[in-house]
Design a protein around this ligand. Structure first.
Ligand code: ADP
Length: 240
């Protein structure tokens, strides 16, 4: 297996809600080691796609393979244990527990593989920039620090692939710069990343390739520069 082999393969995946095809026959592949972007106007199906990848939703049709294993239909915690973790758009930290405890409880998802040693929790907190906050109640963290914690919780599963759900949304320009560096550092550690994101500067700075969705279908795919110059994509955003 080469480093460019697809780690995640999505084939003709669809999800309907009643009569609405929120995601309609989407196919894509994500190579090991890349940062892959999913962009598109509001309501285009990005969150629905992400929810199917993480097991929060079961596809109506199609196949999702992670490292060769068909994962559509598996429970979210089983997908996480296979090495595919995610962050949530609305941060889901437990405010009364300390920062370190929040990471430790996430690691319980690893089930029979056991918890995470205190040293590796500390290492994860340093990685996301929360090295000094381990004993603080998570509820005391600022917004960006809660996002860092959310990421540390995902990383506690030792994933090979992390799904980032608008992880950079709501950050100020300085925080955005730090956040972009943090995501790049995850790739440097060999973690494959799929990011749903509205911040186009971040897409340009980080993504090797991306797809653009509109009304449930992929309307463009390629490098960020390629897709953001595509007239079809520009029209789709203007119609938002
Ligand atoms: P995006 O993340 O790109 O904003 P979503 O995946 O959230 O798009 O939504 C795609 C479409 O599916 C929208 O029209 C949305 O209203 C609809 N939708 C999403 N979730 C549900 C649901 N649980 N029930 C019914 N419709 C939904």
């Amino acid at each position: 297996e080469t480093s460019s082999a697809p780690l995640l393969v999505v084939e003709n995946v669809g999800k309907s809600f009643g009569g609405l095809r929120a995601v309609d026959k989407v196919s894509l592949d994500v190579r090991a080691g890349e940062i892959f972007g999913v962009i598109g106007p509001n309501g285009s199906g990005k969150t629905t796609l992400l929810n199917m990848l993480s097991g929060a939703l079961v596809p109506s049709v199609g196949t999702i393979r992670f490292d060769g294993t068909i994962i559509n239909g598996l429970a979210a915690h089983r997908i996480a244990r296979l090495g595919l973790a995610r962050t949530f758009q609305l941060v889901r930290v437990m405010p009364d527990l300390t920062v370190a405890e929040n990471v430790a409880t996430s690691a319980l998802f690893r089930g029979s593989q056991g918890g995470v040693a205190a040293e590796s929790i500390h290492e994860l907190l340093v990685l996301v920039g929360l090295g000094d906050m381990a004993e603080s109640p998570a509820g005391d963290l600022t917004y960006i620090d809660q996002k860092r914690l959310e990421l540390a919780r995902a990383l506690a599963l030792r994933p090979r692939l992390v799904l980032l759900d608008e992880w950079l949304a709501g950050l100020n320009p300085t925080e955005l710069e730090t956040g972009i560096k943090l995501i790049a550092s995850l790739r440097d550690r060999g973690i494959t990343i799929v990011m749903v994101e509205h911040v186009m500067d971040a897409i340009r700075a980080l993504c090797d390739r991306c797809v653009v969705m509109s009304a449930g279908v992929v309307i463009a795919r390629g490098t960020p520069d390629e897709v953001l110059a595509d007239p079809t994509v520009i029209t789709a955003y203007l119609g938002e």
